[in-house]
Design a protein around this ligand. Structure first.
Ligand code: ZN
Length: 191
């Protein structure tokens, strides 16, 4: 599977590439995932737009969608997380120009190259799209009253519950998992 692109050529010729990637290939994301489980589809498209003052501006559009498993911070069981992202980046010729573009434009800038590794970009965006504090909407494990935490549960669980509580404001951003699907995932043998 070809994942290295020459960004200048790719955008000039309005090229497109698509593929699939599994959690086992995403080494940096693996720590955030339950048993490194993720199954993603990605699509990259290059475009160029004419500048008013002459020349072109180059853009990369990245779409990533798929399902992965994370550990619920409340019950410590696995939970399904859906990823659906669609982002466009303006290509810069070096870090300096990228920093300048990032200040001026609403669109994010990335540095292009003759050997641009798409997987790095896909993994970066996938990690940033994962919930910061993954939690089931309804856990099987009942929450203990705050006063009894520490006395009744292991340090790991109480820490997770604490984190869960601290981040409960964010819980609305976590997708509601389908309990049957989660169950099916749990019953599946390791790939
Ligand atoms: Zn849970």
């Amino acid at each position: 599977m070809k994942r290295l692109i020459n960004t200048s050529e790719f955008t000039r010729s309005s090229s497109q590439l698509a593929g699939q990637v599994n959690g086992s290939e995403l080494l940096r994301a693996a720590d955030l995932l339950f048993e490194g489980r993720a199954s993603l589809e990605w699509q990259v498209a290059g475009t160029q737009k004419k500048r008013v003052e002459g020349g072109f501006e180059s853009y990369l559009n990245l779409k990533v969608s798929g399902v992965s498993q994370m550990v619920c911070l409340r019950c410590l069981n696995s939970m399904e997380v859906k990823t659906e992202l669609d982002r466009t980046f303006r290509l810069a010729k070096d870090e300096l120009q990228a920093a300048k573009l990032d200040q001026d434009e609403e669109i994010d800038a990335i540095v292009g190259s003759e050997r641009f590794e798409l997987l790095d970009l896909i993994e970066d965006e996938f990690i940033m799209a994962l919930p910061y504090s993954p939690k089931h909407e309804n856990c099987a494990l009942p929450e203990l009253p705050a006063t009894k935490i520490g006395a009744k549960v292991s340090s790991n669980a109480s820490r997770s519950q604490q984190i869960a509580r601290e981040n409960s404001v964010n819980s609305a951003t976590v997708e509601k998992p389908n309990p049957f699907r989660v169950l099916a995932q749990l019953k599946k043998p390791n790939p």
